[in-house]
Write a new protein. Structure first.
Length: 78
């Protein structure tokens, strides 16, 4: 298996940086790197579809998770 990391460090996210700086609250909104819509909350790791930023829950469920499963199944779609 290649030396491809399974997950990025969760503390290297925009939310974690905001929390560490004391600027995070539940009303902070982010922009999804996949659909470009604003959302409130923690966000999700968009890898393998994007390497930077966060994605909304909808894109995570509809795009990211199926792509991860497809890659795990060696390209076979679910």
């Amino acid at each position: 298996m290649a030396d491809k990391p399974i997950m990025r460090d969760p503390m290297d996210s925009e939310e974690a940086k905001a929390m560490e700086s004391g600027k995070y609250n539940s009303h902070v909104s982010f922009v999804c790197v996949l659909c470009n819509k604003s959302f409130v909350g923690w966000g999700n790791n968009p890898d393998p579809l994007a390497k930077e930023g966060v994605c909304c829950d909808q894109c995570d469920m509809d795009k990211v998770i199926p792509k991860r499963i497809e890659e795990h199944n060696n390209g076979r779609k679910i």
